[in-house]
Design a protein around this ligand. Sequence first.
Ligand code: NAP
Length: 280
Amino acid sequence: MAAELRRACLMGHPVAHSRSPIIHNYWCKRLGIAGVYELKDLTPEEFPAFARALGKNGYVGGNVTVPHKEAAFRLASARDAAAEAVGAVNVLWVGDGRLMGGNSDTHGFIANLDERAPGWQVPGCRAVVLGAGGAARSAVYMLRERGAEVDIVNRTAPRAQELAARFHARAHAMEASARLLASADLLVNCTSLGMAGKEALRIDLTPLKRGAVVYDVIYVPLETALLRAARERGHRTVDGLGMLLHQAGYGFRKWFGGSPQVTPELRAMIEADIVAKTTK
Ligand code: NAP
């Protein structure tokens, strides 16, 4: 008898750009799992009712993206430690009839860094994080969990201060960047600056400590101007695609089971999709 088809979805607004269906449907096929991952474009008005009835709507769970991550946090009956810490849920699943929430951006952020820049965590590691939005929350939380000293630089000072207070980090104005870079072992861009269609990130890497790793969570384009400049100066660089790929496994295991792997084949598929859609 054929196994019953398990369905998961991405809930957001908009969602059409998402690469998540490619990732999850690749794993279902590779692992021989009767599962499918779909897109659900839901307005903020539609999302709560849809998520509350996720099981009744025919889904075993799903990912949550902009702008619903905080609403998903409030809707979940129980949450994992990472979601509690960052105050956002990006994975929902139905367990014992209850809506459960987790945060996999945190895992994706650090697994990607560990994989692409092994040894980044030098003794007394100091990290400079640019930005104080959702991605920065995940980054700062995980870096602090690993014991790194974290300096946050953001355009809007109160957001940086709130984030710094939450995770025992330090907040700074943009003007402090040059001084902070001189002693940084890791520089992470968590702003949306440098993303295709957005303004450029303007930062002078001249003062950056020799040997520092430079990580940009953006993955469209795959190599941002920041990463290119860092590579040209001889720094190890980490792009944001691995964060997307590694965060996906958490939800997949909750909904479909199995042991999904971030393979070179999967990465190449997503890279090809990004290149095809950004060079059109
Ligand atoms: P967000 O919550 O909207 O935060 C955006 C951040 O960028 C804020 O710190 C904001 O500063 C800053 N920013 C935006 N425009 C700016 C400008 N003109 N000048 C200076 N700072 C500016 O967004 P997010 O969810 O954190 O996402 C940030 C980036 O990470 C996006 O490009 C997203 O695609 C990427 N991301 C990647 C992954 C992945 O899996 N690789 C996961 C999540 C996010 P203010 O506080 O001053 O507004």
